[in-house]
Design a binder for this molecule. Structure first.
Ligand SMILES: [Zn+2]
Length: 161
């Protein structure tokens, strides 16, 4: 009987020769949240992105109103002649264009990560992403001046399935 022996203290770590470089310990960044489900077009269901192909990011970015929603929204807010001013920290505001500031995005690394996506011509250094099949959008954007591999999909403008 080994009564009084503290159990499990320093048990078996006899490898005294292993001098680990401390740098490896710094790799403890919390794992980024990735998309758990397939992202599809809200309108036609076209597959945009497979699961775990994007990471969740928060940033304030202006996107023009969705093409297929724009009309009904416009009639509802009849008297709103001037688009609302956006705070200075909202990126890529396009003056005179109806839209909204969004904050929740999926960051997609590289154009070829997408299953399907359409890309507009650039408007003030931004290319808008649309559904490749029905062209509904914009569902996201790519900043021409930013990293060429960074594509952002607005979470509120796609469906998870
Ligand atoms: Zn579509």
């Amino acid at each position: 009987m080994s009564d009084g022996e503290p159990a499990g203290v320093g048990g078996g770590n006899a490898d005294a020769n292993a001098v680990e470089p401390a740098a490896a310990q710094n790799d403890t960044v919390a794992p980024a949240e990735t998309n758990p489900k397939t992202l599809v077009c809200e309108r036609c269901g076209s597959k945009i992105l497979l699961p775990n192909c994007a990471t969740s990011v928060c940033k304030k970015v202006f996107l023009p109103a969705m093409s297929f929603k724009a009309r009904s929204d416009a009639t509802a807010g009849a008297a709103a002649a001037e688009p609302p001013a956006f705070p200075a920290d909202v990126e890529h505001v396009v003056a005179g264009v109806a839209g909204e500031a969004l904050e929740a995005f999926w960051l997609v690394k590289g154009m070829y990560t997408f299953e399907n996506v359409g890309v507009s011509h650039s408007v003030q250094h931004v290319k808008y992403l649309t559904c490749a099949d029905c062209e509904m959008g914009p569902i996201g954007y790519h900043a021409v001046n930013g990293s060429r591999d960074d594509f952002f999909i607005a979470k509120s403008r796609v469906k998870e399935t």
